[in-house]
Ligand binder design. Structure first.
Ligand SMILES: [Zn+2]
Length: 1029
């Protein structure tokens, strides 16, 4: 290119209307805080102020635990909540989201102890522990809050609640009081999961099952005293199989099944043994002896008819123990006889309940809080086991003692699944202790019934929650820890009898109100204020002490519905529109919320039919790495939310070129919180969610695409004012296609948001933005947008369409990438800013019906099929290095001579086809395969176009076929718009090909500056020259 030519190109490009916007190509970290303030805090206050109180939406926060730094699971949870709230905001609702924190409980207590270097289980002043735990939780809340806010989560952060707030505790105590009034709270010796390592009772939700736990399994025989077998010369012994030999000292009974067959078999080594017939092989194998010498066969019910009993192995003075029927005895496990210790087994306790009530047996649990035997384990010689840990030495000693008295047949290591303390990762035992319980059985049916009115998303949540409620009869609500809300019970010093009535609790609540809950621990033991005057009428202050148990934290968070307007004392149904948490909360928070709510309603009878506290229940899965593994520090597969926000772990390709400009390994631009949000929205949260290199990379590039698109839209609209909007019918066919596609994506996105299938919305937006908008529309309009006269109606129509697209894109992305939308408003053209409403303040409105144009919808598939064929023919030319830009080609389309071909002709004749193809000239004709060769021949004989030609079949939607021919363009290229000028004549008129292309007139030879231009460009440039003098 000569210097003059270069000059000319440069000056032509200055006459183009290229998009221009101040919208930055990359987000700037310094603006992030400002945009978050506006799109979260300011937006939340705005809608609380401006939106009507008659149309509200409440999402009640499942409180995160105030412990530790935020991880990717927090991000999934909090951002999902925010997207749900923002989709409701977009529907015109006034949204309420008040964040909360769960602050009590063992993990925080342990952290506080650690921080002060106090030993776990040591004897510390409860008040000091509470003070340290409170300080720890307070700091964690502040840290987590600033993290949540940095993700653009919108809510009433200033009005947040904590389970350690005095107000929260008072409400919780008043719920407890109502339950006590209804008689739903009681104290009982009962087996509970007990963690020797934390020295506390644990709820089901605090257990973790370890599949490779190793126990010592043993076969133990108990000598029968009374039995139906005629063996006077030798004893008959009942054989049991156990994986917890340490519970044998607490044995109270042996369970059998009425419908099983039992045998007495003679063993050379162990004498006459009673066991189930179906378990002979099992026992034979274990004791390494063929057991074939069957002495007797009897049914379980026959056996029980004889009212058999046996001798205790560890308490020689005790009366003999019974055999009884229990459904849990299996024909294919153990020996068909089951050792029962109700002090150490839930099933045993339930099955033996009638005998316990009849005082025929006792709930013996000779194990202390540290998991060591007490002297009661062997009543006639306590020293044999006392002080030994049941899970180690104690178990061995029991086996040795059994061996000594020849009661042990065999013992061996046995691997099985067993519960562990989820915090200390140490094994858990079952141990009967005096605990406080909430009676779930009497509210269970109403609780389950209340779920009928709840929408579950996904739907499977209903079955899950129902089954957790169904399988729970009691709820152990007491914990032997300092950091919690006290169980407001008084105990008689002389006999440990508990006093807990609505009246006594009411009195305690009034003292807490006045002094704060810490006073329960700090006040002198003989402070009379805590004992109600009514109690003191018949007793003295010294007769009582205040209890030291605290409430299960699930009771704390379970009563968080009391924070909602209408929770206490009145009733509204339901209190919250949505509860949203991970699937693990079916057995945790969801369950405890329903139970406390229903029990409270039952007690106060404010509603005839008790209702769940939520109208909808949304649950999400967990976050996993790309191999489907749970993220953990030890695995080294943890991805922190910040890494997605700052792009440190996975820089998108578009940002890579910035490497080196900043410090090593850092990037000058970070994708920002919208990246984290977009990752959440792109995930199908109903299943476990994968976070991986690829996933994050895709998210970053999608976000970058949104940014590029918005920059283009704002730039193209820089001289546009919404008052310039053109009516739909004046738009070009291509514009109407764009609006039809916009209409369609909007429909899909709207439904997806309503159904909470955010990933479907995002995938529809991504497909539309890449294929329909960038791939089709932008390509088609570039020429007019950049090269037409700025006053041209074509360009104005395009701007009208682009304005619609900007507005709808803002609406579609607002719930997910609010920062980007805020930024798009900051940089919006003045004309738009002056007359439009802020995009985050808008409510969704249905798209105009006219956009859903049936005529356009009918021809579009034909146009798209044609476009595909032309593109693929062009690709052939490109591979052969014969052409670059698609403008360097002329296209001829052939339609078959049949009805569908005639329809195609109509479609092609519209203006959209030529725009869509972005070629310099287009001819269309009727004709089949034979016409292709004819035409090829005809065209090849014409000098000016002979150099190259490629063809490609067009597959029409109805299955018929046409042809696309692509050939080298005639004439020369316009220096301004790069179109090739056609001569204005149909070059094959004899074949009845019509010319739908640009008709051009030869340029004036005397105008050196404009001689390389097409007619359109020439006119625009001359006009510009006139205007600038
Ligand atoms: Zn031109």
């Amino acid at each position: 290119m000569t210097t003059a030519a270069k000059q000319a190109v440069k000056s032509w490009s200055s006459t183009l209307l290229l998009p221009k916007s101040s919208f930055p190509a990359r987000p700037s970290a310094k603006d992030t805080a400002r945009y978050i303030q506006r799109c979260a805090d300011d937006l939340y206050s705005w809608q609380r102020r401006e939106r009507s109180a008659d149309n509200t939406f409440t999402l009640h926060d499942g409180p995160p635990y105030a412990n530790g730094t935020l991880h990717i699971g927090h991000a999934l949870n909090k951002i999902l909540k925010d997207i749900v709230c923002r989709t409701q905001l977009a529907q015109g609702k006034r949204v309420s989201y008040v964040p909360g924190w769960d602050c009590h409980g063992l993990p925080i207590e342990l952290k506080a102890l650690e921080r002060h270097d106090w030993k776990k289980g040591g004897d510390h002043d409860a008040l000091a522990v509470r003070k340290a735990a409170r300080a720890f939780a307070e700091a964690a809340v502040q840290e987590q809050m600033s993290g949540f806010k940095s993700w653009g989560v919108m809510g009433d952060w200033a009005g947040h609640w904590k389970t350690m707030d005095k107000d929260f505790e008072l409400r919780q105590l008043s719920v407890f009081k109502e339950l006590a009034r209804k008689g739903l709270i009681y104290r009982r010796l009962k087996p509970v999961y007990w963690s020797p390592s934390s020295e506390t009772a644990l709820a089901e939700a605090e257990l973790e099952y370890k599949d490779d736990h190793v126990s010592t399994a043993a076969l133990v025989k108990f000598p029968l005293v009374r039995h139906p077998f005629s063996h006077d010369e030798q004893l008959v012994s009942a054989v049991i199989w156990t994986t917890t030999p340490w519970t044998i000292p607490a044995n109270q009974a042996i369970a059998v099944r009425k419908d099983l067959e039992y045998v007495v078999v003679r063993s050379k080594a162990h004498g006459n043994l009673l066991l189930a017939q179906s378990r002979l092989d099992f026992v034979s194998a274990l004791i390494n002896e063929e057991l074939q010498d069957v002495q007797h066969t009897i049914s379980g019910s026959g056996l029980l008819d004889a009212q058999p009993n046996y001798r205790s192995l560890f308490n020689i003075h005790d009366s003999d123990r019974p055999l009884f029927h229990a459904d849990f005895v299996k024909s294919d496990a153990g020996t068909g006889l089951v050792h029962c210790a109700p002090g150490h087994g839930m099933d045993d306790y339930h099955a033996l309940w009638p005998l316990i009530q009849a005082k025929e047996i006792s709930i013996l649990a000779p194990v202390d809080s540290k998991g060591c035997f007490t002297g009661d384990a062997v009543p006639n010689d306590g020293s044999l086991l006392e002080g030994q840990k049941v899970l180690s030495d104690g178990n061995k000693t029991v086996l040795n003692l059994l061996k000594e008295q020849q009661s042990l047949l065999v013992s061996y290591n046995y691997v099985h699944s067993s519960p562990y303390d989820w915090r200390t990762k140490e094994p858990v035992i079952v141990r009967a202790t005096a605990q406080w319980f909430a009676d779930v059985s009497s509210v269970r049916n109403e609780a389950i019934a209340s779920l009928e009115d709840v929408d579950f998303f996904p739907a499977g949540g209903k079955v899950r929650l129902t089954s957790f409620l169904q399988n729970r009869s009691e709820w152990c609500i007491s914990r032997q820890r300092a950091w919690g809300v006290p169980i407001p019970a008084l105990y008689r010093v002389d006999n440990e009898e508990a006093v807990l009535t609505a009246e006594s609790i009411d009195h305690i609540i009034s003292v807490v109100e006045e002094r704060g809950v810490d006073a329960w621990w700090s006040d002198a033991a003989n402070d009379p204020s805590w004992i109600s005057p009514q109690i003191l009428q018949h007793a003295r202050v010294e007769d009582f002490r205040r209890g030291t148990d605290t409430m299960d934290v699930w009771f704390d968070s379970g009563t968080s519905w009391t924070q909602l307007p209408g929770g206490i004392p009145s009733n509204r149904r339901p209190l919250a529109d949505v509860y949203l948490e991970g699937t693990d909360q079916h057995r945790g928070w969801f369950q405890s919320s329903v139970l406390t709510r229903i029990a409270y309603q039952q007690s106060t009878r404010n509603l005839v039919v008790p209702t769940a506290p939520f109208g909808s229940l949304i649950t999400h899965g967990f976050t996993l790495d790309e191999k489907g593994k749970k993220m953990s520090k030890s695995e080294g597969n943890v991805i922190a939310p910040d890494e997605i926000i700052h792009g440190a772990a996975y820089p998108p390709d578009s940002l890579k070129k910035d490497r080196g400009k900043g410090k090593a390994g850092s990037f000058t631009a970070s994708p920002g919180p919208d990246a984290l949000r977009l990752w959440v929205a792109s995930s199908d949260f109903t299943k476990d969610v994968i976070v991986s290199d690829t996933v994050i990379k895709n998210v970053h590039s999608a976000l970058h695409k949104y940014r590029v698109t918005i920059k283009l839209l704002l730039g193209a609209l820089k001289d546009f004012n919404p008052t310039d909007l053109m009516p739909y019918h004046e738009l070009s066919q291509m514009d109407q296609i764009a609006l039809l596609q916009l209409f369609q994506v909007k429909q899909v996105v709207r439904v997806a948001y309503e159904e909470k299938e955010f990933y479907k919305a995002i995938s529809a937006i991504n497909r539309w933005i890449n294929t329909d908008f960038s791939g089709l529309y932008v390509e088609a309009i570039k020429d007019s947008l950049y090269c037409d006269d700025f006053r041209s109606r074509t360009r104005r129509a395009i701007q009208t369409t682009l304005y619609r697209i900007l507005t709808e894109l803002q609406a579609m992305l607002a719930p997910v990438t609010p920062l980007l939308i805020e930024e798009s408003w900051e940089h919006a053209p003045e004309g738009i800013k002056a007359s439009d409403v802020h995009p985050l303040h808008r409510s969704w409105t249905p798209a105009p019906k006219e956009w859903n144009n049936v005529d356009i919808d009918t021809i579009l598939p034909v146009l798209l099929a044609t476009n595909t064929a032309v593109k693929s023919a062009q690709e052939k030319a490109r591979s052969a290095k014969l052409m670059g830009s698609s403008l360097e080609s002329f296209v001829t389309l052939l339609a078959p001579n049949n009805p569908s071909g005639k329809q195609a002709l109509v479609a092609w004749q519209g203006s959209a086809m030529r725009q869509m193809l972005v070629v310099s000239d287009l001819c269309i004709a009727l004709g089949g395969d034979e016409r292709v060769s004819e035409l090829e021949h005809e065209l090849s004989t014409r000098e000016e176009i002979q150099t190259w030609m490629y063809n490609e079949p067009i597959e029409f939607p109805d299955g018929s076929k046409g042809w696309a021919l692509v050939q080298k363009p005639k004439s020369s290229k316009c220096a301004r718009c790069w179109r090739y000028r056609a001569d204005g004549q149909a070059y094959n008129e004899d074949l009845k090909v019509s010319n739908a292309g640009i008709t051009d007139t030869p340029v004036a030879a005397n105008d050196t500056k404009t001689e390389q231009l097409c007619a359109r460009c020439r006119a625009v440039v001359l006009d510009l020259q006139k205007a600038t003098g």
